[in-house]
Design a protein around this ligand. Structure first.
Ligand SMILES: Cc1cc2nc3c(=O)[nH]c(=O)nc-3n(C[C@H](O)[C@H](O)[C@H](O)COP(=O)(O)O)c2cc1C
Length: 310
């Protein structure tokens, strides 16, 4: 993988957006194999990496097959960001490092991290510099459309001179949470402010039709970040690339079993619990889904999953 992979991927670029509790190594591998161009880790705390790194290092380790792989960091202490960046660069060796400026969750926002940083321009600049100065890897940021009366345009205007090379914009405000409308026009305007950086739009892309419509309507945007749309549909990335609608059950079954194998290989006994939510998402909308789900969530191993799906 070249040092700055961001500029060598064919556009439109399709990214698996970071999701705590979801984008583990197995899911990232499945998404990469099914068309995602780049995958993000679950968010990792810089303070945890600063004080007691072992558990967090385990959370963000990866398989080379996932590459290009980005580790996302969150926190609000520039010194912790500096040390965490060094640790991740040296011990994990991902392809890039991302900074979380978008999380609205109470335990992140409430501590002055994630989206709470956006209006604090000086602190945000200090954090971005702490990361950029402590790694040779490309640095990216993830932001929201804004919060209260603070707009993402202002954040970008006031940080655009810094050497981060990509930004993923979740086109909902802090107040919009996870279900408000997506401001695609704002994302397009931001690309115009930073034409030399990669700009990915994120939010509400759940089908290949959604993606193709947005890509056609806003051609200046370099690509899309997909989060919940990939739940039970890691093949969504390939559907978008191939401009296709459906995926047949035979293919889905193969993906489910491969996903289960990867989770079991990575998480051993815990794998059987971790795969459950994914199994429920995979079969959502299938005829007889609720009966199937009840059987699948009781499966003890891959062989049982295979038999139930057969
Ligand atoms: C369960 C869950 C966990 C998430 N965790 C993160 C995270 O760790 N870091 C981050 O920047 N965003 C996180 N997000 C936000 C997503 O990356 C994305 O911005 C948001 O879900 C909007 O995209 P969507 O409409 O495609 O789901 C998370 C979202 C969900 C639903």
């Amino acid at each position: 993988m070249s040092k700055n992979f961001w500029f060598s991927i064919k556009k439109p670029l399709l990214a698996l957006a970071p999701m705590a509790g979801i984008t583990d190594s197995a899911f990232r591998q499945i998404c990469r194999k099914n068309g995602a161009d780049v995958v993000y880790s679950e968010m990792a705390s810089v303070s945890a990496l600063f004080f007691k790194p072992a558990k967090t290092l385990n959370l963000v380790r990866f398989n080379k097959k996932e590459s290009p792989y980005i580790v996302q960091l969150f926190g609000n202490n520039p010194k912790h960001f500096a040390i965490a960046t060094k640790i991740i660069t040296e011990k994990i060796k991902p392809d890039g490092i991302d900074i979380n400026f978008g999380c609205p969750a109470k335990k992140v926002f409430g501590h002055g991290s994630g989206c709470a940083l956006m209006p604090q321009i000086n602190l945000s600049r200090e954090i971005i510099l702490s990361v950029c100065e402590n790694t040779s890897l490309p640095v990216s940021i993830k932001i929201r459309a804004g919060l209260k009366n603070f707009n993402a345009r202002e954040f970008i205007e006031k940080t655009k001179d810094l050497p981060y090379c990509a930004v993923m914009i979740h086109g909902r405000t802090y107040e919009g949470g996870f279900s408000g409308p997506i401001d695609w026009k704002l994302i397009e305007q931001i690309k115009k402010i930073i034409p030399e950086k990669i700009v990915l739009g994120n939010g509400g892309i759940n089908t290949s039709e959604d993606a193709l419509e947005i890509l056609q309507k806003y051609p200046a945007i370099d690509g899309l970040g997909i989060a919940r749309g990939a739940w039970g549909k890691p093949y969504l990335f390939n559907q978008i690339k191939n401009k296709m609608g459906n995926c047949d059950f035979f293919k889905i079954k193969k993906i489910i079993l491969e996903h289960a194998r990867l989770i079991y290989a990575d998480k051993n006994e815990m794998g059987k619990f971790e795969i459950r939510k994914h199994l429920a998402w995979y079969i959502k909308g299938f005829p007889g889904a609720s009966e199937l789900r009840q059987k699948l969530v009781r499966a003890e191993n891959i062989e049982e999953i295979k038999q139930i799906l057969a």
